[in-house]
Design a protein around this ligand. Structure first.
Ligand SMILES: Nc1ncnc2c1ncn2[C@@H]1O[C@H](COP(=O)(O)OP(=O)(O)OP(=O)(O)O)[C@@H](O)[C@H]1O
Ligand SMILES: [Mg+2]
Length: 504
């Protein structure tokens, strides 16, 4: 009996003229954790989608071990075949139904509907066993819409394990997690591998790849360019393999701050739960300044971003942009006042997936005379403008006339950056702006934010990535339980403790 549970053999996939994968071969052993790396758009998700049957390869085959450890060909292009072969996938974007609870989400589709009531107890005890073995904890009877991202993700993994997956694919599982949550996830993964489960995870975070994987495979422009045991790897070698060069460090220059461009005074909002509420929050962002908001996810970051986007009704307090009070906060009012926003959930709030890349690029400036004349949009002008942005922001993909949902995660973020930065807003709200981006793209976001600061914009940077805040912010505030406190400290350890709630 061989130890190999999965073998991808020469998989290729093209989308039109885009070569997403070219002749990629990979094997996976029982109990192994394989990290799949590569720049945004390198073809990682596409490869995993072929494994899971979402895409039909143009050529190549896949073999999966059966119950006796014998490798058998997998029927390609059939998610059900992949599922029954024991392949489970947790996607880059979550797929849970928000209005039903975690338990039902986990069992949904795995049990015949009519039998659900009868089998709830059985299902529950199976889930309890899985939780006990893996350590994946989540509130099972709460509607998924009210769970934190970390909890949602654990539910996604539980859902795959509930379907008896023994090959688990995690597409950027830690992109949405805090460092602590990520550590817990990897402990859970280690526990699963002891149980014979094999894991492929995609990540842009080299430190966690080095700490938690057994082996590393690297894709570049759809081709597998390298593979090594993690024990033989170091950060520099991997980075070089991924991009062909090391990415430059972002430099921050000293600069005098100007007048306040965004002022929140005693803002209170009541969300559905404590984690989307704010209590008497005040802050000021000045021109030429980046204010970093550090905190563990679910402490009011979402509410704060929504307030600044004009998406929440204030029960208390005032907002001023550029010194003028916004009396009726609404998305259009905030945009017109000069707020540009990089939303946290770029798929749901950042783009309209069915519209083209070009349309998405102009969506916040439909009034401008180069985009429309006498109320009619000018498609040629929009396309020409989009091509310029596509070039200067290095948006890679199937082109500006393709649907935006076809872009890779990192390239969607570049599209949003292009749209926001091109309007030269007074205030930039950046929520988790580098989440899911490769090193090069993340450095690019940092560079653009600093450029905006230099130009005179004020940036409100909300991030769970403390290193990002320490690297970019001029001032730091900590958000906890819907309240903000400023800290003078720029010490990683000290701020980490304040985020977790210890006295400074
Ligand atoms: N359905 C599709 N139609 C057209 N092009 C696609 C489609 N899916 C992916 N692509 C393109 O194929 C390439 C590989 O995309 P993929 O999503 O696999 O990249 P990735 O390595 O997962 O990137 P990221 O790190 O940004 O998630 C990209 O250029 C992408 O735009
Ligand atoms: Mg991807």
């Amino acid at each position: 009996m061989s130890n190999i549970v999965l073998s991808l053999n020469g998989l290729s996939k093209k989308f039109g003229s885009v070569v997403a994968n070219a002749d990629v071969s990979l094997t996976l052993e029982r109990g192994e954790v394989l990290a799949l790396l590569g720049e945004n758009g390198a073809g990682k998700t596409t490869l995993m989608n072929m494994l899971f049957g979402h895409y039909l390869p143009d050529s190549g085959t896949i073999d999966v071990a059966d119950a006796n450890g014998q490798l058998c060909p997998l029927q390609l292009g059939h998610p059900l075949a992949a599922l029954s072969a024991g392949i489970g996938m947790v996607h880059q974007h979550f797929t849970l139904a928000e209005n039903i609870n975690a338990l039902d989400n986990i069992t949904l589709g795995a049990e015949p509907l009519l039998a659900v009531r009868r089998s709830t107890r059985l299902a529950r005890s199976k889930i309890d066993r899985i939780i006990e073995k893996s350590g994946l904890k989540a509130p099972l009877s709460t509607p998924v819409g009210r769970l934190s991202v970390g909890e949602r993700q654990r539910v996604e993994i539980l859902k795959a394990l509930y379907r008896d997956a023994n090959i688990l694919v995690l597409d950027e599982p830690t992109a949405v997690l805090t460092p602590q949550e990520a550590d817990t996830l990897f402990e859970n993964i280690k526990a699963m591998t002891k149980d014979g489960i094999s894991v492929i995870f995609i990540s842009h975070k080299l430190h966690e790849v080095l700490a938690f994987s057994d082996r590393i495979a690297v894709l570049r422009h759809g081709v597998k360019v390298g593979e090594m045991a993690t024990s033989q790897a170091d950060e520099k070698a991997i980075a070089r393999m991924m991009v062909g060069a090391e990415s430059p460090k972002v430099e921050r220059t000293k600069i005098a701050t100007g007048d306040p461009v965004l002022q929140l005074k005693n803002i209170s909002v009541a969300g559905r739960s404590k984690r989307d509420s704010l209590e008497f929050v005040s802050l000021e962002v000045h021109a030429h300044e980046i204010l970093g908001i550090a905190g563990i996810s679910g402490n009011g970051q979402g509410a704060l971003a929504q307030v600044v986007s004009g998406l929440m009704t204030l029960s208390e307090g005032t907002i001023q942009v550029g010194g003028k009070e916004i009396t009726k906060p609404a998305p259009q009012a905030m945009i017109s006042a000069g707020v540009g926003r990089i939303p946290e959930d770029r798929h749901r709030e950042g783009i309209i997936g069915a519209m083209t890349v070009a349309e998405n690029m102009v969506i916040e400036r439909l009034e401008d005379s180069d985009i429309q004349s006498r109320g009619l949009l000018r498609p040629d002008a929009i396309e020409a403008y989009a091509r310029i942005l596509e070039h200067s922001y290095d948006v890679r993909g199937p082109g500006v006339t393709a649907a935006a949902r076809l872009l890779s995660g990192g390239n969607i973020q570049k599209l949003i950056l292009a749209r926001v930065f091109e309007r030269a807003p007074k205030v930039i709200l950046a929520s988790q702006p580098t989440r899911g981006l490769d090193m090069g793209a993340a450095a690019e976001v940092g560079r653009r934010l600093l450029e905006a600061r230099e130009r005179g914009a004020g940036v409100l940077l909300i991030s769970e990535d403390l290193d990002e805040i320490l690297g970019l912010a001029d001032r730091i505030m900590i958000i906890r339980d819907g309240q903000l406190v400023e800290t003078k400290s720029h010490d990683r350890e000290a701020i980490g403790l304040m985020m977790a709630g210890e006295a400074a």
